[in-house]
Design a protein around this ligand. Structure first.
Ligand SMILES: NC(=O)c1ccc[n+]([C@@H]2O[C@H](COP(=O)([O-])OP(=O)(O)OC[C@H]3O[C@@H](n4cnc5c(N)ncnc54)[C@H](OP(=O)(O)O)[C@@H]3O)[C@@H](O)[C@H]2O)c1
Length: 440
């Protein structure tokens, strides 16, 4: 698989037709699919949709559990209104863009990165606002995988006689909202595995030391990623070895003024010390520790006294935290995405269970060597190279002296590990390969 140098765009990397073997179910639709009332794709469609996507991206890390959405209203080739969804509970992109356009929205074209919603959530349905505005054509990048929408917004527009063009820059829109798509279709958070690796694939020396593998610019970027994530997750091994604070710290900003991710520690028997930095009562934000039902009650009580939430569930077959079960609990808390910063043991287990959706791997120009140095991944792994999970359309870029390689993960069609899920590129459950039921 070629690594494409160039700018980094975090998020969904759709599988291209050419990269799929025959017989696999493919989600990616042809762009510019005109349906319902005849709506011919225009040469300018991509230009306006690109602008709408750019607007949507301004709210990166701010909209959870909602998607990032941007909209542009165009009348006679001129932009008359634009907007984007800033955060959950606030106005949706198309409503803001139509408000800005006012009377100029009449007979105009609306470009929106996600189909208008049809349900009462924290705000009223956008479909009504679009119908009231009197636009004559709506161009959307992708349908909404939310089961309350799933194509109903587009159907409502067509019923009202509005011309609809869908699929314009769909790949980019799905990439932008990868976390939202995972959350809606798999009912668990989108998991991004971030790690710092040496050239020989090690994450710590034979003495267990990992500070620092990457340079300052990479570490700064990780803090930016943390500030955009709903949660950061590590295992007990990382807490014991590195004693990380697990906060987002940005240059020139006070920690308390930065949106802090929820700190999550996976620690079956609560062996992390209460004195660890990530449990400090001084830290802004929330900490959750996941343990098994058999964890010592005295330790559970001690953590709870410190206002640290302890989640306990039945152990998996290895006697440790059941990761799939815990992730579904996090989805109920509206945690839609997680930056997994744990060590080889936790990351390996997550891979074995097909619970890692995306990777952001920093390769530093160092060699640790040593048979006892810690590799990037432990866990069961695969026997055959053909069974290996892989990055789809990986992208790369230099961050200071380190190389960042990122991409979405596709799993092969070997059976899912116990307690995991199957989201292989061949599987009909793969959100990247098949339209959500009733959707597009
Ligand atoms: N370079 C990097 O990017 C990087 C990042 C992080 C860590 N590190 C290094 O990695 C080393 C720590 O590695 P580690 O593997 O021990 O840390 P880890 O993966 O963060 O923690 C592993 C622990 O998580 C707990 N756990 C609970 N449920 C689990 C499950 N279902 N599957 C797997 N683990 C589960 C286990 O402890 P219980 O059985 O007690 O629950 C396990 O020992 C340190 O040297 C650290 O410096 C490097």
């Amino acid at each position: 698989m070629p690594i494409v140098p160039g700018g980094l765009a975090f998020g969904l990397f759709c599988i291209r037709k050419s990269e799929l073997t025959a017989g696999r179910v493919l989600y990616l639709k042809e762009a510019h699919t005109d349906t319902g009332t005849a709506a011919t794709a225009r040469p300018d469609d991509e230009k306006w949709m690109r602008r709408a996507l750019e607007l949507a991206g301004r709210a990166r890390g701010q909209t959870s559990p909602n998607p990032m959405v941007g909209a542009v209203v165009v009348n006679n080739g001129r932009m008359v209104g634009e907007g984007y969804h800033h955060r959950a509970g606030e106005s949706h992109a198309e409503v803001l863009a139509l408000q800005m356009a006012g009377e100029a929205a009449r007979e105009a074209e609306l470009y929106v990165t996600l189909e208008p919603c049809v349900h009462y959530g924290r705000t009223p349905p956008c479909l009504d606002a679009v119908l009231r505005a009197g636009v004559r054509r709506v161009v959307v990048a992708m349908t909404d995988p939310d089961p309350r929408v799933q194509g109903r917004g587009l159907a409502g527009l067509r019923r009202a006689g509005i011309a609809v063009t869908e699929g314009v820059m769909e790949r980019e829109a799905r990439r932008l909202n990868a976390a939202y798509i995972t959350y809606q279709t798999k009912l668990r958070p989108h998991v991004v595995w971030k790690a710092a690796l040496t050239m020989d694939g090690k994450t710590a020396t034979k003495a267990g030391l990992s500070r620092w593998i990457t340079g300052e610019p990479a570490r700064e970027l990780v803090h930016q990623m943390r500030s955009e994530a709903d949660a950061i997750m590590v295992g007990a091994g990382t807490v014991l070895a590195d004693n990380p604070e697990l906060t987002a710290r940005l240059p020139g900003k006070n920690v308390a003024d930065i949106r802090q991710p929820v700190r999550i520690i996976i620690d079956s028997h609560l062996r992390s010390p209460l004195s660890a930095r990530c449990f400090s009562p001084e830290l802004p934000g929330r900490t959750i520790i996941a343990a098994v039902e058999e964890a010592p009650p005295a330790k559970v009580a001690a953590f709870e006294e410190r206002h640290i939430s302890v989640w306990q569930g039945p152990a998996d077959k290895s006697g440790r935290v059941d990761l799939a079960l815990f992730l579904s609990h996090l989805a109920q808390l509206e945690i839609t995405n997680i930056l997994l910063e744990g060590g080889a043991t936790l990351a390996g287990s997550m891979f074995d269970r097909q619970l890692i959706d995306e990777c952001r791997l920093f390769f530093a120009p160092l060699f640790f060597g040593g048979g006892g140095a810690i590799p990037a991944l432990a866990g069961l792994g695969v026997e055959q190279p053909a069974e290996a999970p892989r990055l789809v359309d990986p992208e790369s870029r230099w961050v200071g002296r380190d190389l960042l390689i990122s991409g979405l993960v596709a799993y092969q069609s070997f059976p899912a590990q116990p307690g995991g899920e199957s989201n292989s590129a061949d599987s009909p459950n793969c959100s990247r390969c098949q339209a959500p039921e009733g959707g597009d």
